[in-house]
Design a protein around this ligand. Structure first.
Ligand SMILES: Cc1cc2nc3c(=O)[nH]c(=O)nc-3n(C[C@H](O)[C@H](O)[C@H](O)COP(=O)(O)O)c2cc1C
Length: 246
């Protein structure tokens, strides 16, 4: 059990450049795909497919795709940010603002021409040298029965993600989710480059790889167990977590 908790805690988002010359070993990829295979999905509908991209020329072509962040993203992203490690440690939720382009962090700049140019960047700025990209597709032709907006089907995709993430972590492979791949503006160009059928839509991407030697990862925070788990009655915070989980 301690090993499981250790694996859960060591999994993290790798927002650092990867070594493009260090490929993912085929056996490790097999494990990651096996983990996806056994993910739970509603009604076992298995509403996903995965395109594994490790062809250098294709990765380069993907890197040339322009992506634009919306004002809505800037606003909602900003609400999740802390601006110092101390603030993040106090809040225990969200992420550090460091690492985002400066104009994304200044509401007054969002409408400026400079912000406009920083809002459109090549996908390369997100791929950061990864030797392998997984593009996870969901099948729009399958739905969890009577699930509004197919919310349950989307939760299944989250299970696929977590299974793969833990499998990667168990082999010392770093992973970052790239939600930007699911942006509507990328859909047609990705579909063309990856030759995906109409019924499949991109759910998210995962860049996989090994961080370069001098990479520094940012801090991670979580609420205490008592901050989200209640005993019998909402608000009754009896749970502080066992020594195993601290
Ligand atoms: C559905 C989903 C989408 C995410 N999208 C992104 C993303 O686009 N870019 C990114 O850097 N992290 C992304 N993340 C990672 C979260 O920001 C991260 O899991 C969270 O900040 C906790 O940090 P940790 O993964 O290091 O524990 C995503 C995570 C999930 C589950």
């Amino acid at each position: 059990m301690t090993d499981l908790v250790g694996l859960l805690r060591s999994r993290r988002s790798a927002r650092v450049p990867f070594d493009p010359a260090r490929p993912i070993a085929p056996g490790d990829l097999d494990l990651i795909l096996e983990a996806a295979r056994w993910a739970p999905t509603p009604h076992n509908m298995q509403n996903f497919e995965i395109v594994v991209v490790d062809d250098a020329a294709l990765l380069e072509s993907l890197g040339e795709i322009p992506t634009t962040v919306s004002p809505e993203f800037l606003r909602e992203n900003y609400a999740q940010l802390s601006f110092s490690e101390e603030e993040l440690a106090r809040r225990k939720v969200g992420i550090l603002g460091a690492g985002f382009p400066p104009s994304w962090l200044d509401p007054a700049a969002w409408e400026s021409p400079l912000a406009g140019t920083e809002r459109t960047r090549k996908l390369q700025s997100s791929l950061l040298g990864c030797p392998m990209l997984l593009v996870v597709l969901y099948d729009t032709g399958r739905r969890a029965p009577a699930s509004q907006g197919d919310a349950l089907g989307l939760i299944g995709l989250g299970c696929v993600l977590e299974n793969m993430w833990l499998a990667a972590q168990s082999r010392g492979i770093s992973l970052q989710v790239l939600a930007t791949l699911a942006g509507g503006d990328l859909g047609p160009v990705l579909a063309k480059l990856l030759n995906t059928p109409d019924r499949m839509r991109v759910a998210f991407g995962c860049r996989l790889g090994y961080p370069l030697a001098d990479s520094v990862e940012g801090p991670r925070v979580r609420r205490d167990t008592g901050g989200f788990a209640f005993h019998n009655v909402y608000g009754n915070a009896d749970f502080s977590g066992s020594p195993d989980t601290r």
